[in-house]
Design a protein around this ligand. Structure first.
Ligand code: DGY
Length: 348
């Protein structure tokens, strides 16, 4: 699909994007915008190279694509000057391969913070209170009457939530869990989040003032302390060599037997086969997963675990966020093609 046929700069958008404001940014920057309608959900490098052709000034690409040396070289040869990932995460991008070819890389932070945190909170509640299992039970016509023992799960109120990574999304999730469920927070992050700590301290003061049990926040030196102490553990870290299989069988064994583990970050942060074994051996342990190690595939056995809530990488899927991401990605590319530095340059 082509927009603004007469534009002098050619921009390839590898998937249709929601909203329409994003397109205006590119059109205003004199771009001819080609939105790929290829039927494959995940585009191969060969298909992407075909799309780039012999002249391509900029690209908005997807987290399912492998933006490494091969694609950045093809983009450079086509005269490419800008790339934006349509995502805040950029583990699919080898930024150094772009940088050495003079192609700045942008991403889309900020607009997905609260949306992603809300989904992590939804997974937490759904897993703790066995919402999906109970829904399946109802639809199958198994409900024959109220019972004191039917789908008994975990109460979150006044328990401890642990987060691994207290950046934007981790902090937003922590606030939701602390304020919404009066949970204490224990977190692991190489850098303290002073703003989050102050927020929770003030909220604790308010509760104390009201005569309610206060909440506390503690940053710990090791991830193991979070795993041992927390009733809920949610991952909010980037995926890189240091966080691949961050949660493995040894670390799962340290967690409480009835803990809830949530991952709306990146699938490979968890050794998924180890998680499946742990879920099978510990029926009271629950997890909520938005992402998977071999996405879109799941490790064998995961789909059979009733104690897992599994959704298809939808943490940022609110209309406001997805169209905001499109606007940011377009602003990244349009800005560079108009001679400005990339708007949201990825942190390297
Ligand atoms: C991201 O942006 O990194 C999410 O995984 C998808 O929105």
């Amino acid at each position: 699909e082509v927009h603004n046929d007469s534009g002098s700069k050619r921009v390839v958008v590898t998937k249709s994007l929601p909203g329409d404001r994003w397109l205006q940014y590119l059109v205003n920057a004199d771009c001819r915008v080609e939105v790929c309608k290829h039927p494959d959900i995940i585009l191969s490098n060969a298909t992407i190279k075909q799309l780039l052709g012999t002249k391509c000034d900029g690209v908005i690409g997807q987290l399912t694509e492998d933006w490494g040396a091969e694609l950045f070289e093809a983009l450079r040869q086509a005269g490419g000057k800008a790339y934006s990932n349509y995502a805040v995460g950029y583990n699919n991008v080898k930024v150094e391969e772009a940088t050495k070819r003079g192609i700045p890389v942008g991403n889309t932070p900020g607009v997905l913070t609260e949306t992603t945190a809300e989904l992590a909170a939804a997974l937490t509640l759904a897993a703790a209170r066995r919402v999906v299992e109970a829904d399946v039970f109802m639809r199958a016509g198994h409900y024959k009457g109220w019972l004191p023992t039917l789908f008994v799960g975990q109460l979150l109120q006044n328990k401890t939530v642990g987060i691994i990574g207290a950046g934007r999304i981790g902090a937003a999730y922590a606030r939701m869990m602390v304020e919404g469920h009066k949970m204490n927070l224990v977190y692991y992050d190489p850098y303290p989040n002073k703003q989050l700590e102050e927020y929770i301290r003030l909220y604790g003061e308010l509760l104390r003032h009201r005569g309610e049990p206060p909440v506390a926040v503690r940053r710990v030196e090791t991830m193991e302390e979070v795993l041992q102490e927390a009733d809920v553990v949610s991952l909010h870290c980037n995926l890189d060599a240091s966080t691949r299989h961050l949660i493995n069988s040894k670390r799962l064994a340290m967690m409480k037997k009835d803990a809830v583990l949530v991952n709306a970050a990146r699938g490979p942060c968890i050794d998924e086969a180890a998680l499946v074994a742990h879920l099978k051996a510990n029926p009271d342990f629950r997890c909520g997963l938005d992402v998977f190690e071999d996405e879109p595939a799941m490790k064998p056995g995961l789909a059979d675990c009733p104690n897992a809530v599994i959704v298809p990488h939808i943490a940022s899927a609110s209309m406001w966020t997805r169209s905001g991401m499109a606007t940011l990605a377009a602003a990244n590319v349009a800005g560079v093609l108009s001679g400005y530095p990339v708007w949201n340059k990825v942190d390297i």
